[in-house]
Design a binder for this molecule. Structure first.
Ligand code: ADP
Length: 334
């Protein structure tokens, strides 16, 4: 199966089809949802705009979904953009001046905004004012423009990369954690109903267990197993069908895909000695950031690899997962 790439066209379509449309459909993350719900209701009752919101968490955990749910509940329009799409403050000025009172500006991957753009946002977020330069050359002058009060919702997979002055400007900050198997099962069953495919509870559980705590991954596996079921089993995902489907997708019992196993293979191949991120990226043929954000968190969380000051190293669990005796491999090295 090709690596998970957020923004991939088929995946975007699937996300849209399966995205919960109301707070009540959003499974799990109870505390976060409860808080956001209260803040939104309070703003509505006071007739005020909602404070700026920062949502942090790994890809596919529901940040974009929550941003849409908030906007819908507020009865506001949502304008979506992302950090890498805004190169200059001029790009942002155009968007900011077009916002109406109460609109939601959603900036995905907000940690990737260039520093100058981030600073430009400060006055927009705090005072709802921006400076723009008009005219050119000797006639150039700066004028201040007032903006409508809006709500910025930022999403980030790398909250550690945000500067503290930026972070401090968000009144609401929530972090999404990976989902447990029970919540993921519920999501799979809900998605199966939306996709019109029958699935037995054991198969839903199996998808939940292999989805690495991530709803987007669960939905993606469901969609692929549906393909298999459609061709081979009359549109019904049975427990046996799920096992066969996962074998076809090359997703193992621990929920690891080919690239996870390649990463483990590279680290195990180094005999459990630390390997730098750059070297690792080259040896598995993937970008450093993708390894750090998409693949590594789960491998660390599940104790397959350890991050040390000198790089990543394979744990005993990694050796065993690949069917290699850790002592024999280390013995080979020395
Ligand atoms: P992120 O913005 O964090 O990368 P998304 O909000 O795009 O993640 O979520 C990816 C997909 O996963 C959504 O389209 C939705 O179908 C599903 N999803 C995420 N969180 C939930 C949830 N709590 N309940 C149900 N579905 C969810």
């Amino acid at each position: 199966m090709p690596p998970l790439r957020p923004g991939d066209e088929a995946e975007v379509r699937l996300d849209l089809t399966l995205r919960p449309q109301a707070f009540g459909d959003f499974v799990g993350q109870r505390k976060v949802v409860e808080k956001l719900h209260v803040f939104v209701e309070a703003a509505l009752q006071r007739g005020e705009t909602l404070d700026h919101v920062l949502l942090a968490g790994l890809p596919g955990l529901g940040k974009t979904t929550l941003a849409h749910l908030i906007a819908t509940r507020l009865g506001a329009e949502l304008r979506a953009t992302s950090g890498p799409m805004i190169e200059r403050s001029g790009d942002l000025a155009g968007i900011l001046t077009s916002l109406k009172r109460g609109d939601v500006l959603f900036i995905d991957e907000i940690h990737r905004l260039p520093a100058a753009v981030e600073e430009y946002l400060y006055s927009a977020m705090e005072d709802y004012k921006i400076q723009i330069v008009i005219d050119q050359g000797v006639h150039a002058r700066t004028v201040e423009l007032s903006l409508q009060r809006f709500t910025l919702i930022g999403a980030t997979t790398r909250e550690g990369l945000l500067t503290s002055p930026f972070r401090a400007r968000f009144g609401i900050f929530e972090r999404l954690d990976p989902y447990d198997v029970a919540d993921l099962s519920t999501i799979v069953l809900r998605s199966a109903a939306l996709l019109g495919v029958e699935i037995v509870p054991d198969a839903a559980q199996m998808i939940a267990r292999r989805s690495r705590g991530t709803p987007r991954v669960a939905n993606r596996y469901l969609a692929r197993l549906r393909d298999v079921a459609q061709v081979r089993a009359g549109n019904r995902i049975s427990a046996k069908g799920a096992v066969e489907g996962f074998a076809l997708l090359e997703v193992d019992e621990a929920g690891l895909e080919t690239l996870h196993r390649r990463i483990l293979g590279a680290l195990v191949g180094a005999g459990g000695q630390p390997v730098g991120l750059k070297t690792l990226a080259v040896s598995v043929g993937e970008e450093e950031e993708t390894i750090e954000v998409v693949y590594e968190p789960y491998l660390i969380q599940e104790g397959f690899i350890q991050k040390t000051p000198r790089g990543r190293k394979a744990t005993e669990k990694a050796f065993l997962h690949l069917g290699i005796d850790p002592r024999s491999a280390q013995a080979q090295l020395f």
